[in-house]
Design a protein around this ligand. Structure first.
Ligand SMILES: C[S@@+](CC[C@H](N)C(=O)[O-])C[C@H]1O[C@@H](n2cnc3c(N)ncnc32)[C@H](O)[C@@H]1O
Length: 297
């Protein structure tokens, strides 16, 4: 294996080429547009004056927010300079200000009251400190809209499905391509992934889900609306998603970006003939800031 030490240890949102691949994925496949639209529709932000697009990435969600909230000033924040560079290129609307920074520090960075915070496709990547930080930006009645892919919040997805009277498909998109990648990596490099939990993405455990929703309550945020959205994922979309290095590294965490791309392409060539479209289910949640109490939340 020709592990590149710069990439083998750490692939993240700023890894060279990652933002461009993410942009390519979102241009070719609509998943993040679909989830952004469903989330913004749930949030009812038409009358908002100030909105934070938390973890705005390359601006896919920001575009949906400015369309839905024509009178709002939008502060779009992300920790990745390379994602933000593409967002600035995509959106030149004067209502939007882009800010580089951590979601966990959003209260100090934005430092003014806002009507709503929208966070599409990122909340499980944040440290627990992000929740009180978001809450402190909101006055009573302020809105925090966020979402999860089904594997990150299975209990909440089941509850929402029961409430909506639907049987959720919880097929995780790309799951079978993920297995093909692991098989290919083993054949090609004798690769075995590190023990489960050591390098996987945050979230996708019952403790994470419980902790997340409990933290919302502690921060004075109450879930008032939920919705489910199902996104069809073609085999080509699954390939496009894993071509983004930061997503691939969740499957092959100790492999360089170059090696894992070679594994992905070989795995895809073998997997594609029998592959079918799958469904990714996402849960959208709208939380509202409760009135402050004497105890301070
Ligand atoms: C899947 S992308 C979603 C981007 C955008 N909302 C969209 O739907 O296209 C996740 C984004 O979260 C950002 N991110 C992850 N952790 C972050 C943190 N702690 N603070 C700020 N941004 C973060 C990443 O840089 C990335 O741009």
């Amino acid at each position: 294996m020709t592990a590149d030490p710069r990439l083998a240890r750490r692939v993240d949102w700023n890894t060279h080429g990652n933002a461009e691949q993410y942009d390519r994925y979102t241009t070719a496949h609509p998943m993040y547009q679909v989830t952004s639209r469903a989330l913004v529709a749930l949030s009812d932000l038409g009358a908002a004056r100030t909105i934070v697009d938390l973890c705005c990435g390359t601006g896919v969600t920001t575009e949906v927010v400015i369309e839905a909230a024509p009178h709002a000033r939008v502060i779009a924040l992300d920790a990745s300079a390379s994602q933000l560079a593409l967002a600035r290129h995509r959106i030149t609307d004067p209502r939007v200000s882009f800010v580089e920074g951590l979601a966990e520090e959003v209260a100090a960075i934005v430092a003014l009251p806002v009507d709503g915070v929208v966070c599409n496709a990122a909340v499980w990547q944040l440290k627990p400190a992000a929740i009180p930080a978001v809450s402190s930006l909101l006055g009573a009645g302020g809105r925090f809209a966020f979402n999860f892919p089904a594997p990150f919040a299975p209990e909440a997805v089941r509850a929402a499905a029961t409430a909506e009277g639907v049987a959720p498909s919880r097929v995780r998109f790309g799951a079978s391509l993920e297995r093909a990648m692991l098989d290919e990596a083993r054949l090609r490099f004798g690769y075995s992934p590190p023990p489960r939990g050591s390098a996987r993405i945050a979230g996708s455990s019952p403790a994470f889900e419980q902790g997340f929703f409990a933290a919302l309550g502690h921060a004075g945020l109450e879930i008032v609306r939920r919705s489910l959205v199902a996104v069809q994922i073609s085999p080509e979309a699954a390939l496009g998603w894993y071509l983004v290095p930061v997503f691939r590294t969740n499957v092959l965490p100790t492999m360089s970006a170059a090696d894992s791309e070679a594994v992905l392409r070989a795995a895809y060539a073998r997997w594609r003939p029998g592959a079918e479209e799958t469904t990714a289910t996402w849960l959208n949640c709208l939380a509202v800031k409760k009135e402050c109490t004497a105890e301070g939340n």
